[in-house]
Design a protein around this ligand. Structure first.
Ligand SMILES: Nc1ncnc2c1ncn2[C@@H]1O[C@H](COP(=O)(O)OP(=O)(O)O)[C@@H](O)[C@H]1O
Ligand SMILES: [Mg+2]
Length: 247
């Protein structure tokens, strides 16, 4: 069986900064991967390379064994690797329900999807997606009225409309009040589990990581420095010294 995602020797520098320094990585179906690392360590760059937004100078990315290194983001999404949208400005004027309709229409690749809103999409599918992330009550409100946590859930629901095998979420709890983080993650992980979607999220909060991840990968300077079960990685010398500052 091929890994869901596998990379070999990914390398990319921005001027003098080596953002990806020979990354060998794999992700298996069904994992809940948390990526930790200080700001600037290359976590987002790695996501951008895997999802086709950046091209590495060296190395390869495979999705289910297929070489996707030179493919564009839209092609990669269709293969089943999605990342949550950062809810573009465009969507803020639309209702929560309309955002999901737009996403579902975009899935079929129609460019005139605005004209067809509501007509081309199965409303039960939208209701189910709203239910899944607990946004049914807010379906008709403008998405701009949602608090940050619910906006992230809408983001995720929109990405799930694309029926991905893998969803990558960069810092789902950033900007969310600490008392709301666990509720957000619980809803999010339940939704992904119900849809049998493998997850990969970047997260700084150690409690969240230990509670929701099945595996943790730690980054410094464009490299993986620890990889394993949460307890092992979070207790490791290198992570305590370089990332958590608790050594
Ligand atoms: N488009 C870019 N142009 C120039 N430098 C970049 C660009 N994207 C990221 N970098 C640099 O690459 C390094 C890794 O950034 P990033 O992947 O965003 O880190 P992280 O997500 O871990 O905070 C940083 O030093 C950052 O300043
Ligand atoms: Mg980042």
């Amino acid at each position: 069986m091929d890994a869901l995602v596998r990379t070999e020797g990914l390398y990319l520098a921005f001027g003098g900064v080596i953002a990806a320094d020979g990354i060998d990585f794999h992700l298996e179906e069904g994992e809940r991967l948390a990526v930790i690392g200080q700001n600037g360590s290359g976590k987002t760059t790695f996501i951008n390379i895997c999802t086709g937004f950046l091209k590495p100078t060296r190395g390869k990315v495979y999705f289910e064994g297929r070489d996707i290194t030179r493919m564009g983001p839209r092609h990669i999404v269709r293969l089943g690797m999605a990342r949550s949208f950062q809810l573009p400005q465009l969507f803020l004027d639309h209702s929560v329900r309309q955002c999901l309709e737009i996403s579902a229409a975009a899935r079929s690749g129609r460019l005139s999807f605005f004209a067809e809103l509501g007509r081309s999409v199965d409303s039960r599918e939208i209701d189910h997606a709203l239910e899944l992330v607990g946004l049914r009550e807010r379906a008709n409100e403008p998405s701009s009225s949602l608090p940050e946590g619910q906006r992230k859930l809408l983001d995720v629901a929109m990405a799930l409309m694309l029926n991905p095998k893998l969803l990558i979420i960069d810092e789902p709890t950033s900007g969310v009040a600490s008392e709301d983080k666990h509720g957000l993650m619980a809803t999010l992980m339940r939704a992904l589990e119900e849809r049998k979607v493998t997850s990969w999220f970047v997260e700084h909060d150690v409690d969240i990581v230990s509670r929701y991840a099945s595996r943790v990968v730690a980054w410094t300077n464009g490299k993986v420095v620890a990889d394993g079960p949460p307890a092992e990685v979070l207790e490791s010398e290198v992570v305590r010294r370089e990332i958590l500052g608790t050594a």
